[in-house]
Design a protein around this ligand. Structure first.
Ligand SMILES: [Zn+2]
Length: 357
């Protein structure tokens, strides 16, 4: 059994990290994170869009900031830093530090913005919410924690972007943590949209909030499924690990008409137990089959630490004609992202195995 710890702000539950509060004798789990390692802010970075979230750019940073003590875990963590090669500094800190509580950072909410043609980022400082506009309506990815969040952030930002919330046709929920599903029932009541979530997550018991009831038009997300609306399509890849029914997504995008392939992994924080960590690592392999085959060259995330979204939104807002889109990381960026994540999970697996021996 585990609980979500209160992280980013009062009343909000982040799903970036979790701590074990009760463990079975058979299950290998992490030790709780000491309070002084939760949410350390790098004061030298407090002026940045990330609000002082620490960064790992090099293997030295990793040694200084990560909490791994097992030799194998340290080796994996060093590999992760090499794989990142400075391309994913904020993400790397959160992936690979053996400190599952370290996210208590206040940052200024990002402005809503059109990231690709008809693809909007409309979330808050912790959670990215994505709206994909089509001629036949809108696909929304995730819903924040509550009706209040949906009204105050999602709908307010849609209106600022000229998007009509009544045009939402699909609400895709990446996984069954409150900060992703909490606003779904309200948004559905406004728009009569169809909700999609993986069966394993929809039928699970959740510790926070109430999952939306599955209505006759709602549906389970399944592996390899393609959801189409207007001239858009979204490919679903089931990637258990963060939760049993985490769903990841790929979809083509264009930037001023130029085509790219976006990938969005549906779960972020490392789980606490060995089996889930190993499942998670297998899911990264499965997802890589898709990102390679579909030649993904854009990384989006459902959390701002997952795609360094706060920095990218700030950069995008200042983008001038002819400058590159900061969300386009190329094949190299996608490959490095996948490699660092796999190495970080391997570090977690090694650490937990070593610790519990
Ligand atoms: Zn979560």
């Amino acid at each position: 059994m585990s609980v979500w710890i209160k992280l980013a702000k009062a009343g909000a539950i982040s799903c970036l990290a979790m701590v074990a509060v009760g463990t079975s004798a058979q299950q290998e789990t992490r030790a709780p994170v000491p309070a002084d390692r939760q949410g350390q802010i790098d004061a030298s970075r407090s002026h940045t869009p990330n609000g002082g979230r620490p960064e790992i750019r090099t293997a030295d940073d990793m040694k200084r900031l990560a909490g791994y003590t097992a030799p194998g875990a340290q080796a994996y963590a060093s590999l992760a830093a090499e794989a990142s090669a400075g391309m994913w500094p904020v993400t790397l800190y959160y992936r690979c530090k053996n400190t599952p509580g370290g996210t208590a950072i206040h940052a200024k909410a990002p402005q809503p913005i059109e990231v690709f043609d008809g693809v909007y980022s409309i979330g808050d400082d912790a959670n990215n919410i994505w709206a994909i506009d089509t001629a036949d309506g809108i696909i929304l990815i995730d819903t924040l924690s509550s009706e209040a969040d949906a009204r105050g952030t999602i709908i307010a930002n849609m209106v600022r972007m000229g998007l009509d919330p009544k045009r939402i046709r699909y609400i895709l929920i990446t996984h069954n943590h409150l900060d992703h599903f909490g606003g779904a029932a309200y948004l559905k009541s406004l728009s009569n949209a169809r909700i999609g979530m993986a069966q394993a997550d929809w039928e699970a018991q959740v510790t926070r909030g109430n999952l939306p009831l599955k209505g006759p038009n709602d549906f389970f997300l399944t592996d390899g499924q393609i959801i189409t609306l207007g001239d858009r399509s979204v490919t679903v890849v089931l990637t258990p690990g963060h939760t049993p029914g985490t769903a990841s997504l790929l979809f083509p995008v264009t930037d001023k008409g130029k085509p790219y392939m976006a990938s969005l992994f549906g779960g972020q924080g490392s789980p606490n137990d060995l089996q889930s960590l190993m499942t998670f690592r297998q899911s990264l392999n499965h997802f890589a089959d898709y990102t390679d085959r579909m030649q993904a060259d854009v990384v989006l995330s459902n959390h701002t630490v997952g795609d360094d979204g706060l920095s990218r939104v700030a950069k995008l807002a200042l983008r001038r004609d002819g400058e590159p889109n900061p969300y386009v990381v190329g094949r190299e960026g996608v490959v490095r992202y996948d490699a660092l994540w796999r190495a970080c999970l391997s570090a977690d697996i090694d650490q937990i195995t070593r610790t519990t021996k």
